[in-house]
Design a protein around this ligand. Structure first.
Ligand SMILES: [Mn+2]
Length: 295
């Protein structure tokens, strides 16, 4: 289905062995409860990514020079959720073992669990999302997208939620009883020290899961369960920059993009966020960069 690779790179910048970043497209969607279409998300992001400038003017580098390999889109036909998550886990594990940076393109939010299961040691899952996604189960499924961070909590025991503006009472009680740090969208909108507060809540190793509905619908209308009152593109990019500066990011996913025909700025925004993260990781790793303190 995917005819290009991420950023539409030539072979010299996109072989598996030479690439630092591994893009994993997972067009998986089975439990959507409102709008649908995230099955088309990975393809749309990859198509949009070919239209970006590959020079990052903020960091003054070309992140693609470190290599970005896009694995073949997973064949999801007739596979159950468990099998799909196992496939993702295997690909992410291989990438990490080879010292590479895995980026999963969803698909519905459930796909994050495949990547999170591949991680070892002590780490935080940072969920940037309008929703808490902390239900025990939903629609008779513990793998419903509305439960993904509850499952992540089961796996690693340390989840931080940012951009939240929608939850049920069960979720609120679970969050309170387990001291889960929540940074509400309202607190972010009120500005102040919200980025520092989030950074301080994270362990040194962090996996970042970005549900595009964390963004305000005015920036990101193309998603199944939009919520007003969300983050701006600049909020998200500034947060990612600071995390890249001070933490070790184990992996990243961007999920729940459900493209809307003729509204291609949405998938472009998603592609740009991915590429910005790659730029920040590279920039902050290079201690000799004279502009180290700028982004
Ligand atoms: Mn969400």
């Amino acid at each position: 289905m995917v005819s290009h690779n991420f950023c539409w790179l030539d072979k010299c910048f996109s072989t598996y062995d030479k690439s630092e970043t591994i893009i994993i497209p997972v067009p998986f969607e089975t439990t959507s409860t409102y709008g649908t279409g995230s099955i088309k998300g990975p393809h749309a992001i990859i198509e949009a990514s070919g239209n970006m400038e590959l020079y990052d003017e903020q960091c003054a580098i070309n992140p693609c020079e470190k290599g970005i390999h896009t694995v073949d889109t997973l064949n999801l036909s007739a596979k159950g959720t468990e099998k799909v998550l196992a496939d993702i886990e295997k690909i992410v594990k291989k990438a990490i073992t080879s010292g590479k940076f895995p980026v999963v393109l969803g698909g519905e939010h459930t796909v994050s669990l495949g990547a999170i299961r591949a991680l070892k040691g002590s780490f935080t899952v940072l969920s940037i999302d309008a929703h808490a996604d902390m239900r025990t189960e939903y629609n008779n499924s513990k793998y419903n997208h509305a439960c993904v961070m509850r499952r992540a909590f089961d796996i690693c025991g340390h989840v931080v939620l940012a951009g939240v503006r929608s939850m049920c009472e069960e979720e609120k009680n679970f969050i309170d009883n387990n001291n889960i740090p929540v940074f509400y969208a309202k607190d972010i909108a009120d500005k102040g020290e919200w980025i520092k507060a989030i950074i301080d809540s994270l362990k040194d190793n962090v996996y970042i899961s970005l549900d595009v509905d964390a963004l305000d619908p005015s920036f990101m209308p193309a998603t199944g369960t939009p919520e007003p009152g969300g983050l701006s593109y600049s909020d998200v990019v500034s947060l990612l920059s600071e995390i890249a500066k001070s933490k070790n990011i184990l992996g990243f996913d961007i999920v729940e993009l459900a493209p809307i025909k003729h509204l291609h700025f949405a998938e472009y925004t998603a592609a740009k966020i991915v590429y910005k993260l790659l730029a920040f990781r590279e920039f902050h790793r290079n201690k000799n960069n004279p502009r180290l303190n700028q982004p």
